[in-house]
Design a protein around this ligand. Sequence first.
Ligand code: XLS
Ligand code: NI
Ligand code: NI
Length: 433
Amino acid sequence: MTDFFKDIPTITYEGPDSTNEFAFKHYNPAEQLNGKSMQDHLRFGVAYWHSFAWPGGDPFGGQTFDRPWFGDTMDLARMKADVAFEMFRILGQPYYCWHDADVRPEGATLAESRSRMEEITDYLGEKQAASGTKLLWGTANLFSNRRFMSGAATNPDPDVFAYSAATIKYCLDATLKLGGENYVLWGGREGYETLLNTDLARERQQAGRMLCMVVDYAKKIGFDGTILIEPKPQEPTKHQYDYDTATVYGFLKDFGLEGEVKMNLEQGHAILAGHSFEHELAMAASLGIFGSIDMNRNDYQSGWDTDQFPNNVPEVALAYYEVLKAGGFTTGGTNFDAKLRRQSLDPVDLILAHAGAFDVCARGFKAAAAMLADGALEDARTARYADWDTPANAAMLTSSLDAIAARVEAEGVDPQPKSGRQERLENIVNRFV
Ligand code: XLS
Ligand code: NI
Ligand code: NI
């Protein structure tokens, strides 16, 4: 026990009429919906990096948070873990996620970094066993250290490729050891700043080979979780190779990995790519590569990845609608890849940011489930395509241009425009949110 969160009570469900700041109004973990508890549907995860490793900096200023565990020793890393699991206890947290760099200080050599990772994962494993909080996913930080400034797998320097491979190896080992249910690759520096110094074809091959080796190694060690790629279009580099779901799918196909790797989709990244979150989710589901989500929100005015906690129920509802249509989460979950604003200094801010986000997601999820059960949206969608079910129309998809052209003339096919009913469909959504 630490006293960082002292006097903060455990958060439990009190229902929508509660005005208690320290209570869930909508997230009732035990509540059953379609034969599954809300906890098992939503599978909430805390992001170690934003909540416990991020100092509160922005491009104009550094640290604003004053946390007693900030520093470079293993003792401080253990204190950080103590505080993290204290927060998980207060929230009733089922899952968490980390990068290697979040949970242990970097060593002077790769071997030292690895052995520190082994040491801290022993400690995290004990805390997981004692608390019941599980690892949703692990990942390697291949972007903060200056060695990765020109990329990790896509670096022009083969030594950086090698260093990255070795780092991913021990992060996969650590994820397996802690029972992680997924392993994520977010290509932080896998992109370019200027085409003038970049060999695109070469970098793409390097990234493809690295991903193949990740998949092979995961199999070799018996990791039966899901390997996930997290797309993002820009930031930190001008262009990122994992731009969005459709781009990643082309990449996976190219390397024969479309059956091996799925997507970890982040709300803010979808917005940066010029998509809605539900677009990315629907696209991944339609391609059979939906995996997990990083739930957060961007500021729609500022144009960068602000990683704010979600607070827009209608948006969240449309996202979970796509998650539910995709069959819900299997190994994936809802990771809050979200950070406090840098002025939100108090320990209680961290707790209530998460508690509020749980509630927003629970509200959105319940609305989505009700919308799906109601069926009006899906009925309208089915009706819109119903004419494709007639044999003559269905046969067109295996026909030829000349045969179709002959039929059009013989039968006098004359398309009659029909309403897309967008506003009426939006009105249906509005009944639920
Ligand atoms: C950054 C990403 C990062 C990944 C994990 O924008 O969202 O936090 O989720 O490396
Ligand atoms: Ni993310
Ligand atoms: Ni992000």
